[in-house]
Ligand binder design. Structure first.
Ligand SMILES: Cc1cc2nc3c(=O)[nH]c(=O)nc-3n(C[C@H](O)[C@H](O)[C@H](O)COP(=O)(O)O)c2cc1C
Length: 206
């Protein structure tokens, strides 16, 4: 089933490297046995009306990079697209995402590949899209650092928000949290837990 802009789809997360997930065979642990993963994906794809995407990493470790085989098998299993984060699970964020490998993967399969890793500016988004053969890109930390990055990509320019625009965005976040967590003591405790975490991201690349 093909992906359509604006429509819903189901995503299977095989990218998460944290021990709490991998010790139970979830997240990136699913990459250890690509054939088993393909059977899982075929089963889910058969049982849902929604297009199914799968998010993967390039492998579990530097000596176990198997993304080409994984994407090949996922294509055969009926994935509508594969999102590839260009790092191994073991790497976490230690080295830059491997866009050379992402490009090879995107160019050697018919299934659409969505590239992910280190897109923090509109020009990186443009360069990666033009040069990689990926259908699209996924932005992770860039969206936490600059929630307006999508507008920058759309407009092809840096927005350089001034202090009052930034404050407006921070206030908007607080009001979303109020709505989401509730405006009582419990809700405020949760908001106060998450806010410093967000502000840490906002303060990168000041
Ligand atoms: C706070 C945070 C939470 C994340 N949670 C998930 C997750 O649940 N599943 C997943 O596949 N990737 C998760 N990721 C990884 C991102 O989706 C993405 O693959 C990674 O950050 C690389 O992209 P980036 O360089 O644009 O950040 C998370 C990343 C961050 C920073």
């Amino acid at each position: 089933m093909a992906l359509e802009a604006g429509a819903s789809w189901l995503d299977l997360n095989c990218g998460c490297p944290i021990y709490e997930a991998t010790k139970r065979g979830l997240g990136s642990a699913l990459l250890r046995n690509p054939r088993k993963l393909a059977r899982l994906v075929a089963g889910i794809a058969e049982g849902t009306q929604l297009p199914l995407t799968v998010k993967v990493r390039t492998g579990t470790s530097a000596s176990k990079i198997n993304v080409q085989q994984v994407v090949e098998l996922l294509q055969g299993a009926g994935a509508a697209a594969v999102i590839v984060h260009g790092r191994t699970a073991e790497q976490r964020y230690k080295k830059p995402a491997d866009w050379t490998l992402l490009t090879e993967v995107a160019r050697s399969h018919d299934v659409p590949v969505i590239g992910n890793g280190d897109i923090l500016t509109y020009y990186e988004a443009q360069e990666r899209l033009d040069g990689s053969g990926c259908l699209a890109q996924m932005v992770g930390r860039g969206a936490l650092i600059k929630p307006w990055i999508f507008q920058e990509v759309k407009e092809g320019r840096e927005l350089n928000l001034d202090a009052s625009d930034r404050l407006g965005i921070y206030r908007q976040l607080v009001s979303h949290m109020k709505e989401h967590f509730g405006d009582d003591a419990k809700g405020r405790r949760k908001a106060f837990y998450f806010l410093p975490w967000h502000f840490d991201f906002f303060c990168r690349y000041r």
